[in-house]
Design a protein around this ligand. Sequence first.
Ligand code: ZN
Length: 307
Amino acid sequence: MQTAYLTHPACLKHQMGADHPESPARIHAIEDQLIASGLMHYLAHYDAPEVTREQLLRVHSDPYVESVFAQAPETGLVYLDGDTAMNPYTLSAALHAAGAAVKAVDLVMTGEAENAFCNIRPPGHHAGRSSAAGFCLFNNVAVAAAHALSQYGLERVAIADFDVHHGNGTDEIFHDDPSVMLCSTFRHPYYPYCGAESGNSHIINVPLAAGATGADFREAVTQHWLPELENFRPQLLLISAGFDAHREDDMGGLFLREADYVWVTEQLKELAARHAGRRIVSVLEGGYALNALGRSATAHIRVLSGL
Ligand SMILES: [Zn+2]
């Protein structure tokens, strides 16, 4: 069965200023590498629909969703927090980004695809129940998890987050919901300066020191994520796929390589084969060194595709 690939042209029109690292070029960087590698041709392509209000309200508060819609500008930029802005196309991009994650869940739950990758922006994992933060408006992976629980009656969904930054929005949204396990590795102390102690047993937060290498990352995943995921037996595995822990990404300060993304994807794929009927939905989070982002995402998608 083919790996599904979801994106939408609206994701290319959201911009937060000419020099902002969270740029439309990130989508192109991944697509360029997928094309150059020959992998693009083997993926099943889908246009992302807009997420519905009902789907958003499973994880975000009504006043927050209302405020994002109300603040969408007709011209120029409006800042929701210090580093998260909306231009006239941002709302559409955010709705399609979250909609991609929902559609990807539908594709794997109905058996139309074995797994899926969503090449989307804005990213989502810093967005909380009622807050935009860190380039994120709606929490795409959380919307996907809530959709799987609600629409398909699943009882256990896991999220693996290997972005260099802690997915504090996802942590907040599911902190009191043991049906969702979050496994997160992240540089600490570093933005968003929280998460070192999760305080509960279904949020598996593993801080990494500045300068951590692929070997450190693999040890963290082996020691902390995999045993917990094995016990949890997720019926669906979601991935917050941020590639900003790559050694070429100056924003991250960690030293992962493509081979580390290949390794962790293999581990997660084996876990999904044992417990989740092979179902994996991976959504793009960070990754700002464009060439490294394209190579790393392509390596990740190649493992998902089994090619
Ligand atoms: Zn990040």
